[in-house]
Ligand binder design. Structure first.
Ligand code: HEM
Length: 244
């Protein structure tokens, strides 16, 4: 392991995740009016539905797939699912979701760059973000032929082991990537970097997207007490001709 690998896969994850959490908290606290997905639908709806829907379906599947796939310890599923079968499931489902997301983000990027009204209303961060997501999805798809070279699931177990070692704050994570190729490493570095820039972009809307689940469990909003035979807001009937 050289010093760069030790830094990128042993220290950088903590830097990126700390900035992601603290940065989001500070932005929410100080700058709530900028906390939005910055929809461009009013400027031009064309291509948005197709691009945005494909992208979001793909990327949300990949988000949860990575989360549970990487962080579930091997002993939890090894009794009913061997590593090779899990890798097949990941390659097929991740490949389909990755393709949907890649087509979607390509449409969104094309629209943002070549639609004059959208281009002129885009911040640099909007364009940089879409380019980074484009590369991240492309790199994710590029790992598939590499995974296909060792279908026993051994590399997948090492990558998951790295993620689990990092989140459980144990030492020795970078060493687990000794045999990982540069495509895997670049994909991981860019993924962590997307978390790092998250609070400075429109990506903050992802917190709110997940936060909407809380609406399923919240109590009904009470607007007024319910009283029978009493006109709304008044005790006596209105006089004819009286102002509003
Ligand atoms: C959690 C659920 C999510 C919800 C409810 C949501 C919702 C939205 C909405 C309403 C927009 C605006 C679309 C428009 O222009 O009208 C948007 C845009 C966007 N979202 Fe999400 N989103 C979610 C998750 C994500 C995730 C996980 C990512 C990526 C990691 C993401 C990346 C983006 C990007 C890059 C745009 C801008 C697209 C453009 O260039 O116009 N979103 N999202």
């Amino acid at each position: 392991m050289n010093a760069l690998d030790t830094f990128l896969f042993g220290v950088y994850p903590y830097i990126a995740f700390t900035i992601f959490l603290l940065g989001s908290l500070i932005r929410f606290d100080r700058d709530q009016y900028t906390w939005k997905s910055d929809s461009s639908q009013l400027l031009k709806a064309g291509q948005l539905k197709l691009g945005s829907n494909l992208f979001h379906v793909g990327v949300l599947f990949l988000f949860f797939g990575h989360f549970f796939g990487m962080l579930t310890p091997h002993f939890v599923y090894e009794h009913f699912l061997d590593a090779g079968s899990k890798q097949w499931m990941a390659v097929i489902s991740g490949g389909i979701a990755g393709l949907l997301g890649f087509v979607g983000v390509s449409v969104l990027l094309h629209r943002r760059l070549f639609e004059p009204r959208i281009r002129i209303n885009s911040k640099t961060s909007d364009i940089v973000l879409l380019i980074l997501l484009w590369f991240q999805l492309a790199l994710g798809l590029a790992t598939i032929p590499l995974s296909a070279q060792h279908l026993d699931g051994s590399m997948m177990l090492k990558l998951a082991g790295w993620a689990q070692t990092i989140v459980s704050l144990q030492a020795g994570a970078p060493e687990m990537l000794a045999d990982a190729g540069w495509v895997f490493k670049l994909h991981m570095f860019l993924g962590m970097s997307i978390f790092l820039i998250f609070p400075f972009t429109r990506l903050v809307h992802v917190w709110s997207g997940f936060g909407t689940v809380a609406y399923l469990f919240r109590p009904y909003q009470v607007v007024r007490a319910r009283r029978l035979n009493v006109p709304i807001g008044h005790n006596a009937p209105r006089q004819p001709g009286a102002g509003v």
